[in-house]
Design a protein around this ligand. Structure first.
Ligand code: ARG
Ligand code: ZN
Length: 419
């Protein structure tokens, strides 16, 4: 080695050491189609013996016959997984050939990646400065408030949209980014705010909505997790809280609400991606949101929470197979909203109660808000159905947000009519 080469090598090593990015070279995402009990057993056994990341459903426990199971498998286990699956004769589809390439392909390099953009996946810092600037430049229609700080000390900022009024108006609460890796979700909340501000005064429905109601938007719920997916591990889902006694980090915020907490479809293992936490609302982010909604419980007429992926519009219950008292009305509104969404680009959504439409999973924000008295409580699972999964290319942000706007506006119009 020449001295020059030594210097270059040293720089390379330092760069690798400084960048703690998890990489996904050679990892694949498979779709398995279990049709026999043995297939289900095999998937569960696999999950026990090697580290498999469940994309859909969120854990091995939720796997049943006749559902699509999307899993991410590290490169070192591929041979073993192929052999086992071949022996079992289970149908298998490769959704993502090489995860690292898919991560790199997710971002569209135009416009300049430096600036905030509605058609890009913005980092937490960019979302924060966007919040600051948008709320000062439209102060007649929008204001911001911090509802608390995250485990790592980041602010959780809610934007309040609506014409100023001397009396308290009925309101809708919407959050995005409960799960860190579902990047299309915070992108939608940002899009919604922009659309609301830019169509107020010209679009009659938006004008009437913001005249008569307020819409509270929390663009990023899981702020620590979201930042972590941008800076360290793109596939992180949970919060980033730590507790002595376990080396595993974080809990699933959508299993941490006080709604049938940890009874089903959640894990009490701190290392699981669906860990329900040490107690209901043990996650400070969940506590902040729950306190804010509790404080304004009579004001909120609708609660919307945005996730990805699967193209679903879900409503309570997920902690029980029992139908909600308002089941038929919730179903009717969900079907109207799905039809509105589909009218733009033909994207098909399935609607129904969480427990039967996907799987039972307790501790979710939708069930909790509903039981608190917020009747129109919906969970969106945005695009797609698995072609890209969490790695939805930035070129799909615009169409996804446009069609989702129609569904959200449909629900809002219904709520407003039925105040
Ligand atoms: N994929 C979402 C989750 O697992 C679905 C949420 C549906 N609602 C619920 N309460 N589980 O968190
Ligand atoms: Zn989610």
């Amino acid at each position: 080695l020449t001295p020059n080469m030594k210097v270059l090598l040293l720089f390379g090593l330092v760069a690798v050491a400084l960048c703690d990015h998890t990489r996904f070279e050679g990892e694949k995402v498979f779709r398995l189609k279990p049709v026999l009990d043995e297939h289900v057993t095999l998937i569960k056994e696999l999950a026990k013996s090697i580290e498999v990341d469940f994309w859909r459903p969120e854990s091995a426990k939720l796997v049943t016959i006749d559902i699509d199971v999307d899993i991410r498998v590290p490169a070192i286990y591929l041979d073993m997984v192929y052999t086992l699956l071949q022996q079992s004769d289970m149908e298998l589809e490769v959704l993502i050939e090489d995860l690292q390439s898919a991560v790199e392909a997710e971002a569209d390099l135009r416009p300049s990646p430096r600036a905030h953009s509605y058609t890009k996946y913005n980092s937490f810092d960019k979302v924060q400065s966007w919040i600051a600037s948008i709320s000062t430049s439209n102060s007649d229609l929008i204001s911001k408030q911090t509802i608390g700080k995250s485990y790592e000390g980041r602010p959780m900022t809610v934007l309040k949209l609506g014409k100023k009024s001397s009396s308290t108006k009925p309101a809708i609460f919407m959050d995005c980014g409960i799960h860190a890796r579902e990047w299309i979700s915070p992108a939608f909340c940002q899009w919604f705010v922009k659309e609301a501000l830019s169509t107020y005064g010209s679009d009659s429905q938006m004008t009437s909505l913001l005249n008569e109601m307020d819409v509270y938007v929390l663009p990023v719920f899981n702020v620590d997790g979201y930042d972590f997916t941008h800076n360290s591990n793109r596939m992180w889902r949970k919060t980033r809280s730590r507790k002595s006694g376990s080396s595993c980090i974080g809990a699933d915020p959508n299993r941490n609400f006080d709604a049938g907490w940890c009874s089903m479809g959640a894990s009490n293992n701190p290392c699981s991606d669906t860990f329900c936490g040490y107690s209901p609302e043990s996650e400070i982010e969940v506590q902040n949101v729950a306190n804010f909604i509790r404080k304004n419980r009579s004001v909120f007429k609708a609660y919307l929470t945005v996730h990805s992926y699967s193209q679903l519009l879900l409503f309570p219950y997920s902690y029980s197979y029992q139908l909600a008292a308002d089941h038929s009305e919730l179903m009717k509104v969900a079907e109207g909203a799905s039809a509105a969404l589909r009218s733009l680009y033909g994207t098909r959504y399935t609607s129904g109660p969480g427990a039967t439409t996907i799987y039972p999973a307790a501790g979710g924000s939708d069930d909790w808000a509903y039981d608190l008295g917020v009747k129109y409580s919906y969970t969106f699972e945005l695009r797609d159905t698995g072609r890209y999964g969490f790695l939805l290319p930035e070129s799909q942000i615009k169409p996804t947000c446009e069609e989702t706007m129609l569904a959200v506006k449909y629900i809002a119009a219904y709520v407003q009519k039925n105040l």
